[in-house]
Each structure stands twice: as C-alpha cells, then as structure tokens.
Design a protein around this ligand. Structure first.
Ligand code: SF4
Length: 360
C-alpha cells in the first residue's frame, strides 16, 4: 500500500466557485504531515524529479521545493528554472497552464502536476475556440497573451507575457508602432495600457482572487495602518491599483517588501505569498488587503481555489502513481513554444541590458 493510500481519508471541504465546485483536501497535520513531506522528498530524488512551486501554493510545498533544490517563484521564473534544470521530470506545484508551459518548453521531459483539475479563471474565460476567430478578425494586430492561458491560445499568440514583463514588452512593441490584441486579463491589460499608452484591444477576463479586492475597504484599512505600504498585483481592479505604493508581479512585490522601509505592508494578492514575504522581510507585519463584500465569490479568503488543490496528499499521489502528467499536442506545442520563447528571449535581453552587457 502506498503512503498516499495509507493516510486516512478525511471528509472533503467543498468550496463553490464561479467555474463549478472544487473539492479541497483538508491539510495534513502533525506526524502525517512530516511523514508525507519526507516521503515526497525521497520520491523526488528517486524519480529524478524537481519540484517547481508557485508562491501561491501551500507553505509545506514551498518548503519542500526550497529544501530539495527546486524553486519557489513566479510563472516566468518557474518556466525558466524548469527549462534549465537537468532533472528528467518537472513537477509543477501550481495550476494547469503552468504545467503546460513547462511541457511546451521541455517536450523531452515528463511534466506532472498534483491536480489536472487545477485551472485558472483567466484560462477558463479565454477558450481557444472564441479567441482564435477574434484574432483572425484583427489580422493587423500583434497578439500578446498572458501566460495564464491554454497551450492552444498561446499557439495563436505572437508573444506570451507574464506580469513581471508585460509593461516592458508592450512598451517595446508600442515603440515599434504595433497595435495589440491583449488577453485575457482586463485589469492587467488596463494597467499595461495606462503605463505604455499602447493601442490595445482587450479580452474581458479576470482573476477570481484579485478581482475581489475592493478600494473602499482598502482605504479604510490604510487609514487604520498609516505606517503600512500597500503592495498590489496588477490583476487587481484599477481603483485598487490607484491606492498602491508598489504595483508588480509576485516577485516584484516580494522585492518591494524587502526594500521599502515601512514596518508593515497591506498586500493585495494571494495570501500564500506571505511565506516568501516573511523570509524577505523578517519582523515586518503583513496584512491581507480586504476582499469583496456581500455576494463575493472569494470573500475574505484571498487564496486561489485552484492553487489550493496543490495539497501534500495530491503531490504525494502524483509522485507515487505518475498521475497528473501534462500532454500537449505537438503541432500546438511548437507554435506555443515560439510565442513563449520570444518572451524568454526578451527577458534575457532585458537582463543583459540591466547588467550593461547589451545594446537593446
Ligand atoms: S490566483 Fe487568479 S490568476 Fe492565479 S491561478 Fe488563481 S485564478 Fe488564475
């Protein structure tokens, strides 16, 4: 009997979401948790696998990635790390599009994720069957899609971007006189447009977590904590971004917590980022930004329901059984790789520029 099977079944918590109903495993605690973590570490070694975890997954999974030579990072660095790491299997603790990105870049490697049901509202709200005809109707525009999309949508794009690089890449295209189709996140798109002045035709998607942050409640919280800086992810509404002291990707927000002098931070992004923020800014106070009011889908949780499917149990089962393997049809993969590789090449060029090694 495997350890995953040996851990007693506990009644599942059912969380209603906009995209249906998601059943979450209650977290393991005490000796069962320690035992599962030790077994996962063993299996990672035995299976020649590396764990690549997003900042939004459970702290226990982040710790395993840190302690076994994997990484905890944003989606851009997850893609880069998995691509450069020599392990034959990449285990992506995140959501499905992150697993697909790993497979797109590493066709020769096995890519596993703890739950193939771990979706993303942005991905779900931008189906390829609708998006492709939309792009075809605007052939004069350059198609830029956020990484939170399916492989089929990436395959129709000219560029893939993550939030850490979106402003710079769109500004670069704008300087070349390009008009843009942007998908799927309307808030991030509006932020990029405001920063760059680019001509952008927007898709109307949003993130179920960030869309719930509310400006009025945030103003009230700021008034109670005047010493706190407000850190906001640009998937949040413009009214929330307007109150921010720092706006950026998850990695950029962690850097802001490290470098800003404030003793406290109000943080408008998934609260599982607090694990890395505490490491980056020890001793500082971290406060969750307030989420939606009456009738909201994610009130007071500030945690992605799909990221929450990355439980220790699910990760252990994936490693023991090989379930949760990501497959991407080859023709789609090749096209999606071109758009994703352009992002990685652009990011590399930017790094060279910052280091004074390039001329772009
Ligand atoms: S936090 Fe939002 S953008 Fe990130 S995976 Fe969850 S639904 Fe998607």
């Amino acid at each position: 009997m495997s350890l995953a099977e040996a851990i007693p079944e506990i009644p599942r918590i059912v969380v209603p979401r906009t995209a249906g109903v998601i059943a979450l495993d209650p977290p393991l605690t005490g000796p069962a948790r320690d035992q599962a973590m030790a077994r996962i570490k063993h299996l990672l070694r035995e299976r020649d696998a590396v764990l690549v975890a997003h900042y939004y997954v459970d702290e226990a999974l982040q710790r395993i990635a840190e302690e076994t030579g994997g990484t905890v990072s944003d989606s851009l660095d997850m893609a880069r790390f998995g691509h450069e790491h020599p392990a034959s299997t990449i285990v992506v603790a995140g959501v499905r599009f992150m697993g697909e990105t790993a497979k797109i870049l590493n066709p020769e490697k096995r890519v596993l994720i703890p739950s193939l049901e771990a979706e993303c509202s942005l991905d779900l709200e931008c189906p390829a069957d609708d998006f492709i005809p939309f792009c075809d109707a605007h052939p004069e525009r350059t198609v830029v899609v956020y990484s939170n999309t399916s492989a089929a949508v990436k395959a129709r794009a000219d560029y893939v971007v993550t939030s850490s690089i979106a402003v710079k890449l769109v500004a670069h295209l704008h300087r070349q006189g390009k008009k843009i189709i942007w998908a799927p996140d309307k808030h991030l798109g509006a932020y990029v447009q405001a920063q760059t002045g680019a001509d952008m035709l927007m898709w109307n998607g949003s993130c179920v977590v960030h869309d719930e942050f509310r400006a009025q409640a945030l103003e009230q919280l700021k008034a109670r904590h005047p010493e706190a800086a407000v850190l906001v992810h640009p998937e949040s509404p413009a009214s929330v971004i307007a109150l921010a002291d720092a706006v950026g990707s998850t990695t950029q927000l962690i850097d802001a917590a490290r470098t800003l002098p404030n003793p406290a931070f109000i943080v408008a992004t998934d609260n599982r980022i607090f694990h890395k923020m505490r490491q980056a800014a020890p001793g500082k106070t971290l406060i969750e930004a307030p989420t939606g009011g009456h009738g909201a889908t994610c009130r007071s949780c500030a945690h992605c329901p799909w990221m929450a499917m990355n439980s220790l149990r699910a990760l252990l089962k994936t490693l023991e059984t090989g379930e949760g393997e990501i497959h991407v049809e080859e023709k789609t993969r090749v096209k999606a790789q071109q758009a994703t590789q352009r992002m990685l090449d652009f990011a590399a060029e930017l790094r060279r520029e910052v280091m004074g090694l390039g001329d772009a």
